[in-house]
Design a protein around this ligand. Sequence first.
Ligand SMILES: C[S@@+](CC[C@H](N)C(=O)[O-])C[C@H]1O[C@@H](n2cnc3c(N)ncnc32)[C@H](O)[C@@H]1O
Length: 273
Amino acid sequence: MVRGCGFLPETIDLNVASVPRMYDYLLGGKDHYPADREACQRLMDQAPQTRSLACAQRQFRLRAVRSLALTYGIDQYVEFGCGLPSWENTHTTARRARPASRVVYIDRDPMVVAHGRALMEQAGTTVIQGDLAQAPGILDHPDISNLLDLTKPVAVLAVSLLHTLPDRTGCEQAVACLIDALPPGSFLVASQLISHETDLANKIDSVMHDATGGQWGHVGSAREARTLFRGLNLLTPGVTDVALWRPDDMQGRPVRGPLQEVGGIGQKPSSAC
Ligand SMILES: C[S@@+](CC[C@H](N)C(=O)[O-])C[C@H]1O[C@@H](n2cnc3c(N)ncnc32)[C@H](O)[C@@H]1O
């Protein structure tokens, strides 16, 4: 547990839906309960493409890490809001290209941390309970300083996380400070749900606030999604529908519908402080 940095939940209430267990259900995992499945159904009643969007963001994370490892030589990752372990985790993707890759997984949810420690912790990885709002102080955590060389570029991941944050502004500032504290050449990989339809966005927010007991932020806008990369050099193709971010089949097929997951990768320029 990270100390002195605000509230981190210690208990798990299986009667209240949790975002990581809902994602696990949508992605075909086995770590979910009736409250999670009911919340997913309510969500899919509003936006039938929800499951496809969850899959699209996972595929985006895979392609993003693969690109960073293969094209940019990155072998150090800090993943915020990693979610429950699944068939493909960041260290598995990264190590296919760079076997010595090291990964720090950070999530505020105690069940994610327990499962992560059981299934993902091994030489070169660590799983920490922590909050994105605590960045960059979290870099002082001994498990991080022992594992990563913070004089060399690091990739920070916040995939499908931003719409779940009740304090989005505070977390954006925390991410900016974290990137400031990292060496030039470091990367930020981020994605989030957006919608141009205010009515739909409001309905989804209302379902999620109700089902998770307030563990939700809001479905954002394209402008908000771009804001996070301010001051960074965006890799092509910029901030886009995640299915169109360097798709494997060159074309990419966006998930159709008024709810979208958009994301991208920004690199800290060498002139930045
Ligand atoms: C949508 S899920 C995970 C998605 C995952 N990144 C992926 O690529 O599939 C969002 C995760 O963020 C975690 N989370 C929510 N707020 C957080 C915060 N402030 N700091 C760290 N993790 C957070 C949740 O517990 C959950 O596991």
